[in-house]
Design a protein around this ligand. Structure first.
Ligand code: ADP
Length: 259
């Protein structure tokens, strides 16, 4: 599995843009809702560039210590352990800070000197500055959902990255992704994509997030492994989207008509 090329269907010019960003080691921000292929894209690019990828899924407790490193007690000794960011900087890996806006503010502060001409990290607990390896690159993702609960990224931070938006692919490409990813029949893939398009356009439902390609892939996998189509759509597409019983019923009726 390890050496297999990650399957990634290009949507626009993101591969070319990333290659140039990597050549110039400009930090890269992937913007877009969950399940739009951001992680898969970066896995693919790391593979193409033959670079090790270190992924950190940021959450509200993620601190600069988690990334940079900490002292740990081993037997009678206290020893320093580099964190994943420090390891990536020293080894020249690509680090991917997934959902960077979720992390604590000290993470953003810590990466500042890495995202400009200095390309260095100050480790305050050691009083040391580490220069980044020439192959090191910083990549982050951010979900610019404007609804409650999503954190913003400050303009001063955003301007340290070049950025690409990830959205849902067009219907033809999305159906191709489903076929390639799951082995499902093209006609069923098309129906699933039609359902997604329909639900994505139902803005009046006020869903926090709409149907992602990831949900479609899950539905396709279940159908491919033999689960009845309507049940697969219900559990993989409708139920994850909402807990509102009326909306669930309405979406189920709609999907049943379409598959
Ligand atoms: P994100 O990181 O944006 O939340 P992922 O990269 O994890 O999303 O994508 C979720 C799933 O959707 C992937 O595991 C893959 O099956 C599928 N997918 C989405 N976009 C693509 C794409 N362009 N090419 C291949 N697979 C894709």
């Amino acid at each position: 599995m390890k050496n297999q090329i990650p399957y990634y269907q290009q949507i626009g010019k993101e591969v070319e843009v990333f290659e140039h960003a990597y050549k110039n080691k400009i930090p890269f921000l992937l913007k877009g809702p969950t399940g739009t292929g951001k992680s898969r894209f970066i896995e693919f690019m790391a593979h193409q560039l033959a670079k090790k990828l270190i992924t950190i899924s940021c959450h509200e407790e993620t601190s600069s210590t988690d990334l940079i490193g900490r002292y740990i007690i081993k037997g009678a000794e206290t020893i320093w352990m580099d964190g994943p960011l420090t390891i990536a900087i020293k080894n020249g890996s690509i680090i991917y800070l997934d959902e960077i806006a979720e992390a604590r503010p000290d993470v953003i502060v810590a990466i500042h000197s890495l995202t400009d001409h200095r390309r260095e990290l100050f480790i305050d607990k050691l009083g040391e500055t580490v220069k980044a390896h020439q192959d090191f690159m910083l990549v982050a993702s951010f979900n610019p959902g404007y609804q409650k609960g999503f954190k913003e990224l400050k303009p001063s931070t955003r301007q340290r990255f070049i950025a690409t938006s990830f959205a849902y692919p067009n219907e033809k490409i999305e159906a191709e992704i489903l076929v390639n990813e799951t082995g499902i029949e093209a006609s069923i893939a098309k129906k699933l994509v039609n359902i997604a398009t329909k639900i994505r356009n139902l803005t009046e439902l006020g869903l926090a997030e709409t149907v992602s390609t990831r949900l479609l892939v899950d539905a396709a996998k279940l159908i491919h492994s033999g689960l009845p189509k309507r049940l697969a759509v219900e559990v993989a597409i409708v139920e994850p989207l909402t807990d509102d019983l009326d909306v669930i019923e309405a979406l189920k009726d709609l999907c049943n008509l379409m598959i």
